[in-house]
Write a protein that binds this ligand. Sequence first.
Ligand SMILES: [Zn+2]
Length: 331
Amino acid sequence: MNGGAALNGDKVRPGIGQTGFRQAAPSAAAGEGTPAVLAPADAAVLDTVAGMLRGLPVALLTGAGLSTDSGIPDYRGPSAAPRQPLTYQEFMGDPDLRRRYWARNHLGWAHMQRAEPNSGHYAAADLERAGVLTGIITQNVDRLHQAAGAQNVVDLHGRFDQIVCTDCGNSYSREFLAVVLTELNPGFLEAVEAAGGVSAAPDADAELESELLIASFNVARCPLCGGLLKPDFVFFGENVPRDRVERSFHMLDRAGALVVAGSSLTVMSGLRFVKKAAKDGKPVIIINRGETRGDPQATVKLEAGVGESLVRLVELLAPEAPQPRTGAGTL
Ligand SMILES: [Zn+2]
């Protein structure tokens, strides 16, 4: 079976899951009304890539670099601050760390919920609709592929809009939890806002100077069994569920090529697909600003913006697709 061995001891570092949510620092690259333009050299590389991909079913693997233009921080990109991720073991075993986690998560959830797909997400959905893709494997938990209209997506590291009970296994919407947490912590959001908010400081945990507020944060329990609730993320130190891995490998097996967009492939959970594609002799195209762990296996490595590159691939591979679009998608 594909990937069985890789599951054992595989460590993953999902972007959002490890810390709770943090608001992105204002990004010069992001922005509506300022569509990024491909450099001529990069456009030429994409012409070559399109020539390689034409007629081939393609598996698309996406990471944080795709969602930065939607205002969601990339924890491992060139500008990301180094930080210590909260592990699954810490979350499960340390009530104080768990309290801090949920407090930050509560503050940042609304921001995540407001995020909208960018041109890259729409381009991926267009490629799918045009029959180019066997599927999308994403390391992002933001659900923006689905918001842009993509149908066949594996949320490898989970999804931000769901929480699960680690005892009874029941799942709940994050929206429901927001109501519960607000009831359990009246005035919390306002108090943090008064203390300077979370958006002002690009750096991290210090942004919540109000340790007292955090220390008194009330964490919700499972309404059904009283058990411990956890975001539906794969934490560092936790394995990606086997069915998601198998579905992903199935997408890859049916593909003639793999395109990686916006992932540094830091963790084996994503890197293993590159290794498998390369082992099977399939072209591997990596579009990412900065080095990736998959670079040695890449047939083509392109250091360019993910959104504009995917838009260009739509123009080359699926020219009938309507382009470009902005604004809210449909779920
Ligand atoms: Zn429960």
